[in-house]
Design a protein around this ligand. Structure first.
Ligand code: A3P
Length: 347
């Protein structure tokens, strides 16, 4: 086991990027043993284009997921052992995971360093908290075993796709969801940037249509949200269910709730010294967006090289108003309301 005091200038948990650098001899070839099974999974129907023309979704356990990540799911199923101290951050893509990663990371490491010299100034939130399925899809499963506890990961998998070692364990999950209309808009812009321009991907109207049919990454989005919602009602002490728009409205309240849920609540002294507000400020959209680390580096994620700046666009609620026609809003709202009926959830 690497002595991280010698390689990490930061407190626990250590940013994933540092752990990987110290352990890169543990990276193996991507797993190949599930290729035959992968080849049998249904492909997304024609006429439901997604954002990534070269990476069609396959249907796995009721969700539309890129093959790359299903490969990760299958390897994870086989090899992942969760610990009760693990913390899993989950969302449907473009629902606020970058923000959540920053908030959790800052909360856990708040006593290690003065906040104005915090790790988030030198590491993008995605370099602090890694994506679990990507680790397995890219042959990094052995690195997972050397991550010191408490381990923090993120996942985009629906609850039904999480391996049993997670759903049967005592580990905690923080889930964040967002108005699906804003998710769609955010995704549209994100993939436009990744693919080198909006003209390189399907039109907004086409992907809107796929989205309404439930064909989006890790979707249908309503099943994604409902899966965690139902489970959070059953196990509220283990699954914290949050909404992006609510965090935007009351960030301090949510920062306290997060800290309490993950087992490191703010002390009275911290509250009176304004530490909660400082954490909120450090992780705020404007602060992160303007940091050099979130503008200059290139992140290697899945099959794409991504600038961290792509994760910071507007950071607002309601941008759908400038992208969807009235008819589009009505159609999508009606679908979601129908799916949410009786659950107690509202957009
Ligand atoms: P927009 O594209 O609507 O601006 P994810 O992190 O799950 O990929 O989601 C990205 C969305 O979260 C983007 O939404 C991005 O701007 C927003 N976001 C990123 N960091 C944020 C922060 N600190 N506060 C609020 N929103 C943030």
């Amino acid at each position: 086991m690497v002595n991280y005091d010698s390689v990490s200038p930061v407190g626990f948990p250590i940013p994933y990027k540092i752990i990987e650098k110290a352990n890169n001899h543990l990276i193996k070839n991507p797993p190949q043993e599930h290729e035959a099974l992968l080849a049998t999974l249904p492909l997304q129907p024609s006429g439901t284009p997604n954002f990534h023309p070269r990476q069609p979704f396959v249907l796995y356990k009721g969700a539309w997921i890129g093959k790359f990540f299903v490969r990760g799911a299958l390897a994870m199923e086989q090899n992942f052992k969760s610990c009760p101290t693990d913390l899993l951050l989950v969302s449907s893509p473009k629902s606020g995971i970058t923000w959540l990663k920053a908030m959790i990371f800052a909360t856990l490491t708040r006593t290690s360093y003065p906040l104005d010299q915090h790790t988030l100034h030198t590491h993008n939130p995605h370099q602090c908290v890694t994506n679990l399925e990507r680790m397995f899809a890219t042959g990094r499963s052995q690195i997972i075993e050397v991550i010191p506890s408490p381990r923090v990961f993120n996942s985009h998998f629906p609850y039904s796709v999480l391996p049993q070692t997670i759903t049967d364990s005592d580990c905690r999950i923080v889930y964040v969801w967002r108005d699906p209309k804003d998710v769609l808009v955010s995704m549209w812009h994100f993939f436009g940037k990744i693919m080198g321009g909006a003209d390189k991907i399907a039109t907004f109207e086409q992907v809107y249509d796929s989205f309404c049919q439930g064909v989006n990454g890790y979707g249908p989005i309503w099943s994604h949200v409902l899966g965690y919602w139902e489970e959070s009602k059953r196990r509220p002490e283990k699954i914290l269910f949050l909404k992006y728009e609510n965090i935007l409205q009351e960030p301090v309240k949510h920062a306290k709730q997060l800290a309490h849920f993950i087992g490191c609540p703010y002390s009275e002294a911290e509250e009176s010294q304004g530490v909660v507000e400082q954490i909120v400020e450090l992780c705020s959209f404007q602060k992160l967006k303007n940091m050099d680390v979130n503008n200059n580096e290139i992140l290697s994620m899945s099959a794409n090289n991504i600038s961290p700046s792509y994760f910071f666009r507007k950071g607002e609620a309601g941008d759908w108003k400038s992208h969807l026609t009235r008819e589009m809003v009505v159609r999508l709202n009606t679908i979601i309301e129908e799916k949410f009926k009786g659950s107690g959830l509202k957009i």
